[in-house]
Design a protein around this ligand. Structure first.
Ligand SMILES: C[S@@+](CC[C@H](N)C(=O)[O-])C[C@H]1O[C@@H](n2cnc3c(N)ncnc32)[C@H](O)[C@@H]1O
Length: 203
């Protein structure tokens, strides 16, 4: 693996992997789950050399597209991993290695009969708490009101996090400096975007 190769090959390491396996320089580490084609993370890494950025994505085609785009930039603080999120959190990452976890527009599964497929359930939140440093944060954005309400109630029920915002536990997000592909799409359609921010309580 070259120093600036954006694709992480976990077969080269014994599990769980830690920050030093992925990045040469020790810096605060941001994880984006479900990065899509990676535009948001590429922009973030390019604009902010003070942090390392790791993205995970389940779809191979999207992962490859992000890697191809990042290869042209040779950024030392940006890496991508093709993996399913819960497997990564449960089995691949070392405990407490992330300072911030971002989930931008998780698949919404809006139909009631599909809601069991939603990412944020009790097990997932427990895994998230383990890989976040004490005082680390999980920030989630979605255009689905029912999903953000469910997310807030699952985080509160877990007792592993403190909600940063007062009731109802989320805000209507204003335009960010860096928007994801889905965020641009929803804003163009004048849809509301909701954001929640959870602080990991030290165990
Ligand atoms: C609605 S898209 C949002 C993409 C991007 N974050 C954005 O805002 O433009 C959700 C993304 O999460 C990925 N995804 C869904 N479930 C996942 C999982 N269990 N593990 C990793 N990625 C996942 C999907 O493949 C898809 O790229």
């Amino acid at each position: 693996m070259k120093l600036t190769d954006p694709a992480v090959d976990i077969s080269l390491f014994s599990l769980p992997i830690g920050k030093k396996d992925i990045f040469c320089e020790e810096k605060p580490l941001v994880l984006e789950i479900g990065f899509g084609e990676g535009e948001f993370l590429i922009d973030a890494a390019r604009c902010d050399a003070s942090r390392n950025y790791l993205g995970i994505e389940i779809k191979r085609g999207r992962f490859r597209k992000a890697v191809r785009a990042a290869e042209k930039l040779s950024l030392g603080n940006l890496r991508f991993l093709h993996i399913e999120a819960e497997i990564a959190l449960r089995q691949v990452f070392r405990e407490r290695m992330f300072d911030l976890v971002l989930v931008n527009f998780p698949d919404p599964w809006p139909k009631k009969r599909h809601s069991k497929h939603r990412m944020f359930n009790r097990e997932f939140i427990t895994c998230l708490a383990k890989v976040l440093a004490g005082g680390g944060r999980a920030v989630i954005k979605t255009d689905q009101l029912s999903y953000i309400e469910q997310i807030v109630s699952e985080f509160e029920r877990s007792r592993l996090f403190r909600t940063a915002y007062p009731p109802p536990g989320f805000i209507e997000a204003q335009t960010g400096e860096t928007e994801t592909k889905f965020e641009k799409h929803f804003r163009e359609a004048s849809q509301k975007i909701f954001s929640a921010d959870f602080l990991n309580l030290p165990s």
